[in-house]
Design a protein around this ligand. Structure first.
Ligand SMILES: C[S@@+](CC[C@H](N)C(=O)[O-])C[C@H]1O[C@@H](n2cnc3c(N)ncnc32)[C@H](O)[C@@H]1O
Length: 342
């Protein structure tokens, strides 16, 4: 994909006030909604109410669209790419005209590189995760890999019932049914108590979230004291000091991608960092990995015949992944040649 930004942000939560802020924010949001409703004869407030209702309807539509997209496409994706629905990680200095098995290995390498970036390695053993959540889990590839690697327990959530069922079936088939379980749930309203997990993992799901603040709040809320939170996601470039928005051609490209992949508005890595810094977290760090993931999309496009089958699944849907691959800028993958990089 030509101008898709790609960033990874890893951070560790602090040991004390981590969960207080998200809960306060949530209560405030709910309270203000109630006040607007109670004064609905007032024209200004009525307008606000209407805006809130429209946003709520859009959020419902978005969730439905995402669930259908993955319900319909996950089986075919799995046939080609296996367990993982995320980019591979490549050495930008080597020739990457590699086979599908090599690209699959690059997807695993992505997980290992992310762990290394976040400081979770084999040593020292005290930092190894024992209880993790995979937020936006796909068919559970990351969960099963991490559960096996660390002997950890993993819980995954996805909007797609087909994905959750498949993820559970694969866990059973791989002898991991006691360690990895999957359910349909919303990342913005997670079915877990505060402070449940020592690793909170979100691999390429953040770009689907319509409310990034709520998304980050929930990731922080479910993190235990001392936990590590990892977000790997698509972002647009950071704006310059004199810029208020992206350029029109950048916006039009992002609109095209949003339309094809059921993505709401994009944000930058700087936006994520601001959200993360509003919590009591330590060791927040972020990096642009565009050059390391760039070869992935061209490889996906090269599997064109099968890919056509993938897109044909969506031929009756006004939003289609086919829309995206028809655009040469998207075919090139995230790339430093373009002004938006992730
Ligand atoms: C590109 S897939 C990535 C899957 C997986 N993380 C992987 O790397 O294989 C995006 C995933 O995010 C999930 N997702 C998107 N929005 C979500 C939401 N609001 N709540 C839970 N899951 C969501 C989708 O259902 C899908 O499983």
């Amino acid at each position: 994909m030509a101008c898709v930004s790609y960033q990874t942000a890893g951070l560790s939560s602090s040991t004390t006030t981590r969960a207080v802020l998200p809960r306060m924010c949530y209560r405030l949001n709910r309270a203000s909604t109630v006040v607007v409703g109670a004064n609905s004869r007032n024209r200004g407030l009525r307008r606000l109410n209407a805006v809130a209702e429209t946003a709520a309807m859009e959020a419902v539509e978005l969730k439905k669209g995402i669930a259908e997209l993955y319900d319909e496409s996950s089986g075919l994706w799995e046939n080609i790419w296996g367990d993982h629905m995320h980019h591979g990680y490549y050495d930008p200095d080597t020739d990457v005209s590699v086979s599908i098995p090599d690209h699959r290995a690059a997807q695993i390498r992505m997980i290992d590189e992310v762990l290394r970036f976040a400081g979770i390695s084999e040593e020292p053993p005290t930092r190894l995760p024992k209880n993790l959540v995979d937020v936006g889990c796909g068919i559970g590839g990351s969960s099963r890999y991490l559960a096996s690697k660390y002997g950890a327990n993993a819980k995954g959530i996805t909007l797609s019932p087909v994905q959750a069922e498949r993820a559970n079936a694969l866990a059973a088939a791989q002898g991991l049914a006691n360690q990895a379980s999957f359910q349909v749930a919303d990342a913005l309203d997670q079915p877990f108590p505060d402070g449940e997990f020592d690793l909170v993992w979100s691999m390429e799901s953040g770009e689907h979230m319509p409310d990034k603040a709520k998304f980050v709040n929930e990731l922080v809320r479910v993190a235990a004291p001392g936990a590590t939170i990892i977000i790997v996601t698509w972002c647009h470039r950071d704006l310059g000091a004199s810029e208020k928005t992206l350029k029109p051609d950048e916006k039009s490209l992002l609109d095209r991608i949003c339309n094809s992949f059921y993505l709401p508005a994009w944000c930058s890595t700087a936006d994520y960092l601001k959200l993360l810094e509003s919590h009591s977290l330590e060791d927040i760090k972020a990096e642009d990995w565009s050059p390391y993931v760039a070869p992935f999309w061209p490889a996906v496009i090269r599997s064109a015949l099968t890919w056509k089958g993938f897109t044909s699944l969506h031929k009756n849907n006004k939003r289609s992944i086919g829309n995206a691959i028809d655009d040469p800028r998207i075919q090139e993958g995230p790339n430093q040649k373009h002004e938006m990089n992730v």
